[in-house]
Design a protein around this ligand. Sequence first.
Ligand code: GLN
Length: 206
Amino acid sequence: MAGNSPRVGVLALQGDVREHLAVLTALGADARPVRRPEELAAVEGLVLPGGESSVIDKLARAFGMFDPIRDAISAGMPMYGTCAGLILLADRIDGGIEGQQTFGGIDARVARNVFGSQTASFETDLAVPALGDPPVHAVFIRAPAVLEWGPDAEPLASLPDGRVVAIEQGALLGTAFHPESTGETRFHARFLDRVRDRRGADVVAS
Ligand code: GLN
């Protein structure tokens, strides 16, 4: 372990893994790809990248990662999901393929591809009060949105029509957009803060 750097992983089964590793490394984390249960066991937090949530779900099961990730969530490991990663952290999804599962953890219903066809993408500036100024320049790519959430989940940002596109519950954070591709680092920094908080709360660090 490199000094006190948070040791974090990016789930590297499919999706935009490299971009997340670059942001986390630039923020001073010891960041590495995670594909196997033993690699998950060696990190203090996990990013679930954008990509295709149904594919990541299938690969997670094929690689024996599904239950370990669920167990890590139950144990309180901080995680940050972008886009497909947000879908994977939601307890309920709309528009999943047959048999599609999520790791869950955020008490929310997330709808896949809610902004239109496979190619639908757009950019907008979003106020995110929890992050302060300036607003977040958000890039949405075949993005999901949160349609309903429970009392323990806290929306962090919404579109003018009220659909929630950033949400947090305990140590879990999800955004429907891709900060990793625009130089926006505040969500990753927030995730790393959660990792440090949890470390501070643990009596024994491994
Ligand atoms: N549409 C994808 C899904 O449902 C998410 C797109 C993305 O991660 N950019 O998984």
